[in-house]
Design a protein around this ligand. Structure first.
Ligand code: G3P
Ligand code: CA
Length: 247
């Protein structure tokens, strides 16, 4: 039987405020295999878990993450904009996520959000945090900025890395061949049977994002992907279970 894993995208983003401990905890409770989350740097160099470069959409604060100190970011609410029920949910720091993760065995796909802002030195800081918390075997570092992934490869060749793609380039095969990474993270809407065969042949793990629809989940399962990232881990796990029971 194919072992397809479910990763909760920004945590259980469909049911809980994205990139919060509440969303990660929900993912753990549903039986997801892993979580995906995004990392940025505060003004004073702390690793902050949030999707956007700015705070406005998901928190009670405004402006760029990079312009706020860690102390200021600690005052932000990352739950109430999703629902009043989550009032008081904080913007997590990477160290807090790692502390929380010590209570479970979830894998963690850490996306380095260096595609819009450079965040000088973020790669080394993330690696230091992984080492400090002994999370080496539980993380996959990914980025749309493939130079960031190259930096990780130089700084910590033993850590698992993955290339994120928005759309697929015509020379995908060449890129995957040249980069010699281990993870291929395409937008699920762009993933074709041909692209998945190329990645598989080159030994890549295929972890498409983000499939919420039952039909999409089954299509990806049929292609033999390794992980499906979803906003609704509970639903995705059920869809996969039903599919496997009928297969
Ligand atoms: O890592 C996969 C996916 O999270 C990339 O897109 O915009 O949700 O960070 P985004
Ligand atoms: Ca992400």
């Amino acid at each position: 039987m194919q072992n397809i894993k479910i990763f909760a995208h920004r945590g259980s983003k469909g049911t809980h405020p994205e990139n919060t401990i509440a969303a990660f905890q929900k993912a753990a409770e549903t039986g997801a295999d892993g979580i995906e989350f995004d990392v940025h740097l505060s003004a004073d160099g702390e690793l902050i878990i949030i999707h956007d470069e700015t705070l406005d959409r998901t928190t009670s604060l405004t402006g760029y993450v990079k312009d706020h100190s860690a102390k200021e970011l600690k005052t932000g609410d990352a739950g109430v904009k999703f629902s009043k029920e989550f009032l008081g949910e904080r913007i997590p720091f990477l160290s807090e996520v790692f502390d929380w993760a010590k209570g479970n065995g979830l894998l963690m796909n850490i996306e380095l959000k260096t595609d819009k802002l450079a965040y000088e030195g973020i790669e080394q800081k993330v690696i230091d945090a992984i080492r400090h918390h002994e999370m080496d075997q539980r993380v996959i570092l990914s980025s749309f900025n493939h130079q960031s992934i190259e930096k990780v490869k130089l700084l910590a060749p033993d850590l698992e890395r993955a290339l994120l793609f928005e759309g697929l380039p015509e020379n995908l095969e060449q890129i995957l061949r040249d980069k010699q990474e281990s993870g291929f993270h395409p937008d699920q809407n762009n993933l074709t049977e041909a692209a998945s065969q190329i990645a598989k042949t080159l030994g890549y793990k295929i972890r498409p994002w983000v499939a919420n629809d039952g039909g999409d989940i089954l299509k990806l399962a049929g292609m033999g992907v390794d992980v499906i990232m979803t906003d609704f881990p509970e639903k995705a796990l059920k869809a996969l279970k039903d599919w496997q029971a009928n297969g």
